[in-house]
Write a protein that binds this ligand. Structure first.
Ligand code: RB5
Length: 153
């Protein structure tokens, strides 16, 4: 199950992504928004982040105007690795290396043709399962309140 969310800046692109998901018989839950009316991206970022964090959804796709605000918000949730992508290379690499569980895009940045290819790449690339990437992902989740990360120096 894929969790979808957007603000007004991502609404039109989300409709294109929905078309792709339906054509490929991929199940999704749409957490809004539902129109071009101005709204606040953190609402939808939080809904999608919670759906993925809880395991109700396997992956999420978030779209705002730039993809920036919506990904920053989602990344505040423990266990969420939201990757802002504007190209297929990054979408593939973030699955292989970061095991990203949310794809973020900018509706005012990428056109629909490229966005659909980015989604396709993101959904169809498995995590590499390589030890060094597992280690780095664990490090991401470690205490981020530490001020001096390298006390030896
Ligand atoms: C809305 O105008 C815009 O600020 C939002 O979609 C997003 O780009 C924020 O990061």
């Amino acid at each position: 199950m894929i969790a979808l969310g957007c603000d007004h800046g991502g609404y039109e692109l989300k409709q294109e992504i929905i078309k792709y998901l339906e054509e490929h018989n991929l199940e999704y839950t749409d957490f809004g928004c539902d129109s071009l009316e101005s709204t606040d991206y953190p609402i939808y970022a939080k809904r999608v982040a919670i759906a993925v964090q809880s395991g109700d959804c396997d992956k999420g796709i978030l779209i705002c105007g730039t993809g920036i605000g919506i990904s920053i918000t989602a990344n505040k949730f423990k266990g969420i690795r939201a990757a802002l992508c504007s190209d297929c290379f990054s979408a593939e690499a973030t699955r292989l290396h970061n095991n990203a569980n949310i794809l973020a895009m900018g509706g005012r940045v990428v056109g629909p043709g490229l966005a659909v290819k980015i989604v396709d790449t993101f959904l169809n690339t498995p995590f590499s399962e390589e030890e060094r990437h597992i280690r780095r992902i664990k490090q991401m989740e470690e205490d981020t309140d530490i001020v001096d990360v390298n006390p030896e120096v």
